[in-house]
Design a binder for this molecule. Structure first.
Ligand code: PMP
Length: 405
């Protein structure tokens, strides 16, 4: 696994050390990634000697911050293979991106009797906004089944699609199982009945090369904090012709053209969807994060993490005491259950060994119901992970087994 050796960059990430100076085996990157020093420095500069607000300032520093904020938008557009930076709306995170689409495009384009297709493995943030919309409009939600090994079943999707299907909203990569969707095929199917497709790219953006033209989807959402950037910023990509027709999301400063009590007019996208003082410093730090990931090569990140996931599955299988969930070939996310041990107990014992995994429903309760478990243990890899993290996890699992006898 030579890729593993070259890619793991632990030294760039000050968060990978405990306050006592010990190595911290962080296996919860799917929840939120650690930050490289370059991102911390960019954020610190933006909050310090460069700080000023954007858009309204007539003084030089504000103009420079505005340039920095807009440069971040251009960088993200380039990173995603967007046609133009006007297709990039900065939001608080993927959750807000999906809520924005539901509250604007959804509220005007989806009505009583229309159908929205989701899948069994979706994160709550790609379920609940659609349920709220369905409650308000009388639309119906159809749930696409999974294949036996936990991938979205595109045959099942084809069967569900109907003339009244207005939207298909699916995870590009599952945050629980690591399953990778054939997104292009899903888009083709959705479009064949005239539906739009939204991809929840939270787990794909940090580890796959994104190309909005090749994917041919309609909406794409992701969160900066999972791509080694700061919290509080995420991205909604939509094609310009769709954005143009979307009504405002929130009202306030910066999203208007002219305000009068007789009637207010709105700014063109993307500003129309960015009411209020935006996430200035977060956007600038996100720019640094995108630079960092792009320099390493997203495709290589996928291979690196998928290789670690493969290795971990192999080692766990040897224990003969583990149930593995999800497909053999997956992104760097492995969900499992250790016989006779609650995932929370495992997580607590591993913590004593400086190993951080996630234990719980991972905001995917319908998937847990489908798997027939209340929770799973999940180890997820990042670009800084390597085999030493797997070894530490396995040592911790062995200790847990001894404790539980
Ligand atoms: N979708 C997926 C697949 C996720 O993994 C997550 C975060 N766990 C989200 C959506 C929500 O992201 P955020 O909380 O950053 O808005």
């Amino acid at each position: 696994m030579s890729e593993t050796a070259t890619l793991s960059r632990k030294a760039d990430f000050p968060g990978l050390v405990t306050p006592e100076g010990e190595v911290w085996h962080y296996l919860d990157t799917a929840a939120s990634a650690q930050k490289p020093q370059a991102v911390i420095d960019a954020m610190s500069r933006a909050l310090g000697r460069d700080y000023a607000t954007v858009h309204r300032g007539v003084y030089g520093r504000s103009a420079r911050m505005t340039q920095g904020y807009e440069a971040a938008r251009r960088r993200v557009a380039d990173f995603m293979g967007a046609k133009s930076e006007n297709e990039i709306v900065f939001v608080r995170g993927a959750t807000e991106a999906i809520n924005l689409v539901a509250a604007t495009w959804g509220a005007t384009r989806i009505g009583e009797g229309d159908r929205i297709v989701l899948s069994t493995l979706e994160h709550h943030s790609n379920i609940v906004p659609w349920q709220i919309l369905a409650e308000r409009t009388g639309a119906q939600i159809d749930v696409c089944p999974l294949t036996e090994d936990g991938q979205i079943d595109l045959g099942g999707l084809e069967v569900l699609l109907a003339p009244r299907t207005k939207l298909v909203a699916l995870a590009h990569v599952s945050n629980v199982l690591g399953s990778v969707l054939d997104a292009r095929k899903a888009a083709e199917l959705a479009h064949s009945v005239g539906a739009k497709i939204l991809l929840d790219g939270c787990q794909a953006a940090p580890r796959m090369k994104l190309d909005m033209q090749a994917l041919d989807c309609d909406f794409y959402a992701w969160s900066g904090h999972k791509l080694y950037g700061p919290t509080g910023i995420g991205v909604l990509w939509t094609r310009e012709e769709i954005l143009d027709e979307m009504p405002p999301y929130q009202g306030g400063g910066a999203m208007i053209e002219k305000v009068a009590f007789e009637g207010t007019t709105y700014a063109p996208p993307p500003q129309r969807f960015e009411a209020g003082t935006p996430m200035i410093t977060e956007a600038i730090a996100l720019h640094a994060a995108v630079d960092y990931v792009a320099a390493l090569g997203p495709d290589r990140l996928f291979e690196h993490e998928a290789g670690l996931a493969r290795k971990l599955r192999e080692e766990l299988r040897k224990l003969n005491a583990v149930t593995l969930f999800g497909p053999e070939e997956s992104a760097g996310i492995v969900s499992f259950a250790l016989d006779g041990v609650h995932p929370h107990d495992l997580g607590t014992i591993l913590d004593e060994e400086n190993v951080a995994i996630r234990a719980g429903h991972h905001c995917a309760q319908p998937l847990m119901a489908h798997l027939g478990v209340p929770a799973t243990a999940r180890a997820s890899f990042g670009l800084y992970s390597d085999e030493s993290d797997i070894d530490a996890l396995l040592r911790g699992i062995e200790r847990t087994r001894r404790i539980f006898g």
